[in-house]
Design a binder for this molecule. Structure first.
Ligand code: CA
Length: 363
């Protein structure tokens, strides 16, 4: 759960062997070898004056014990692989929805999802009642994020966040140090506020935690105790993860009962694609606007109340026969899911995985 495209995240995660999926096969283009040129050595941040100055400021701002903050950040270690994994995927990286989709809508994830749904039927029903978010969306998210807890990440979160806060790769397309400094700061508050032993928590290379891969800032804002044991445990409690994800989506303006998207058909040469694609996935157009621009909607879509977005998902090179993009009309609920991970490919994979599992469970 981080605002990088999952496409890149998964490409990189696959290279480390942390995930069963292999999106390097999902995309045309040059392969990326994260193991090359890995010469940097690990070290502890206690000897870094910038990290210790940050610790002092943080203790002051948050009213935390200065010695504890210095010691905690001081014992965090630079992780060369984390720095490497955050680097851009490289040139020649071509998106391919059909290939991406096949990595997620696959037997292991579907089987695990059916089992997860059946084990958590009551909690999923309660979350729908409380937050208006249906089970298939929550089940889709947990499946795409971690295969129901199978891949929650093996990095100490404190090491991952310190590395990205103080040694964000210089070659990355943009400097995200400030973001990770803020995440590190919020992570430290979880020790006192959530009773988390933060030096032992493991997560992804980007510091995302638990079944739903919450970043610390999302934990602070949206995580809830949903099994009533008085603790928020996003790694060990499926109920807490379910309630927290539902709470996040509700806060992202989830509309109960609204479909997330409609299929569309169009002839790109006859439509005003520049206008239609300008807002990206932010719903902006009425059904009548889309029809006027040459998009063919089904009857249900023409009666949709609320704005829509024309979402384009590439399937390789649009100029090549057989690699034409996939188009859908995304609603405000498509947009709400995309707040979890800002990628239309991620969002559609979540929706399709959830729908596939729902159909199996309801058989
Ligand atoms: Ca709990």
């Amino acid at each position: 759960m981080i605002d990088f495209t999952l496409i890149r995240k998964l490409l990189i995660v696959a290279i480390t062997g942390l995930s069963l999926i292999s999106p390097t096969q999902a995309f045309a283009g040059k392969k990326h070898n994260a193991h090359k040129n890995l010469s940097a050595k690990s070290f502890a941040y206690k000897d870094r004056s910038d990290a210790m100055a940050f610790a002092d400021r943080l203790a002051e701002q948050q009213g935390l014990d200065r010695d504890w903050v210095r010691q905690t950040i001081g014992e965090a270690r630079f992780m060369p692989m984390v720095q490497k994994l955050m680097q851009p995927a490289g040139h020649g990286f071509v998106k391919n929805w059909n290939a991406y989709r096949s990595r997620f809508i696959e037997p292991l994830r579907i089987e695990s999802g059916i089992e997860f749904w059946r084990s958590n039927t009551d909690t999923l029903a309660r979350a729908e009642q409380d937050f208006g978010v249906p089970p298939e969306v929550i089940v889709g998210i947990i499946g795409v994020e971690t295969i129901y807890g199978r891949h929650m990440g093996s990095y100490r979160v404190i090491d991952a966040l310190a590395t990205l806060a103080f040694d964000f790769p210089k070659t990355a397309d943009r400097d995200r140090s400030a973001f990770f400094q803020s995440e590190l700061a919020q992570f430290l508050t979880l020790q006192a506020n959530a009773g988390l032993d933060i030096t032992n928590v493991k997560g992804s290379y980007a510091g995302a935690i638990g079944l739903g891969q919450f970043m610390p800032s999302s934990w602070v804002k949206y995580a809830i105790d949903y099994d009533g044991d008085g603790q928020i445990d996003l790694r060990g409690s499926a109920s807490d993860a379910i309630g927290s994800i539902a709470n996040f989506l509700k806060a992202s303006n989830w509309r109960p009962g609204m479909p997330a998207y409609y299929p569309v058909s169009l002839v790109p040469t006859r439509t005003d694609m520049a206008t239609l694609l300008a807002p990206d996935i932010r719903p902006t157009f009425s059904p009548a606007d889309l029809t006027a621009c040459g998009i063919l909607l089904n009857e249900k879509a023409t009666r949709h109340q609320g704005p829509l977005a024309l979402v384009e998902l590439l399937n390789g090179d649009p100029e090549i026969d057989g690699e034409e993009p996939t188009y859908i009309a995304g609603t405000e609920n498509f947009y709400a899911i995309s707040r979890y991970n800002r990628s239309s490919y991620y969002t559609l994979a979540v929706i399709e995985l959830g729908e596939t599992i729902r159909a199996e469970v309801m058989k």
